[in-house]
Structure formats: C-alpha cells, structure tokens
Design a protein around this ligand. Structure first.
Ligand SMILES: [Zn+2]
Length: 155
C-alpha cells in the first residue's frame, strides 16, 4: 500500500465512514449510510477517490431535480460544476447571455423559472446518459431569422 501523502510515514487502510459530511457550494450535505475511504493509520489523512465524489455528485444532482421550490444561486453553482457542458453552451441553449448566467450564479438576479424548469430536464437527461433537452433547445434558439407558420398538415 502506498505511503501517506500527508505525513509520508503511515500507510493507508480501508475505512468506512457513516453519514459523511460533504462540503458543497450549498453547504454540508450528509451522505447517509456508509462510505468507503482510505485512511492513514498514523495521521488519519482521508483519501476520497474521484469516483466516490462523482457518485455523490450524481446523487445530489438527482435530489436537486426533485427539490421543492426554486433553484437558488448555490444550487446552480453546484449544478454547473458537475454538468459536463460549458456555461456558454448552457446559456445559449436557454436563450440567455452568459452574463445572465453569471448573475444567477452570484445571486444578483433570481433564476428565471423557465430556466429552472429547463435545467432540471437537462440534468435528468444527463443522469440517464443523454442530452436531448440541451440539443433540442440549441436547435430552437440557434436559428436567428424570423419564421411564420403558414400551413400545418391535418393528418
Ligand atoms: Zn499520514
């Protein structure tokens, strides 16, 4: 087992922590149940793998899609830090400027309810490995000309 990177003396052993307190932009989120870590037997330095963080992030994202009430600036900071899309990309898909998105993140402007609705759909797609909503929004707002509906098919 590799030597501890903190004290350079002890070695790591497998360790289980219950109800870990995970610090996020929204504050502490308790990861209920058992989480697995490596812990230095000398200085107690904890090593949490990127895989574990990613798992937690996905669980938190899912909770945010189910959250009652509006998403706030801190929620959005977390969402944007986990989703694998550029902020410019998300802003454009939602028909917003990147600066509007920055105002949302800073809490200078409340988040537009339709933006809230759409970003939850983008998250839901992401959680099942898709990006349909983002693609559909991009296709809708990319067209800058003006069109008029002249005819529709009855069947
Ligand atoms: Zn150590």
């Amino acid at each position: 087992m590799k030597k501890c990177v903190q004290c350079e003396n002890g070695s790591y052993a497998k360790n289980i922590v219950t109800n870990y307190k995970y610090l996020t932009p929204m504050g502490v989120v308790i990861i209920e149940g058992k989480s697995h870590f490596l812990k230095c037997e000398k200085c107690e330095h904890l090593v949490i793998t990127g895989e574990t963080y990613q798992k937690w992030n996905l669980l938190i994202l899912k909770s945010l899609t189910e959250k009652s009430g509006a998403l706030n600036a801190k929620d959005l900071q977390f969402i944007l830090s986990v989703l694998p899309y550029q902020q410019k990309e998300i802003a454009e898909a939602m028909g917003k400027n990147k600066s509007t998105l920055t105002y949302y993140k800073n809490g200078k402007n409340p988040i537009d309810p339709l933006f809230d609705y759409a970003i939850r759909d983008v998250i839901r797609d992401f959680l099942v490995g898709g990006n349909e909503t983002l693609t559909r929004l991009q296709a809708t707002f990319k067209f800058e000309g003006e069109t008029t509906i002249k005819k529709v098919k009855a069947n």
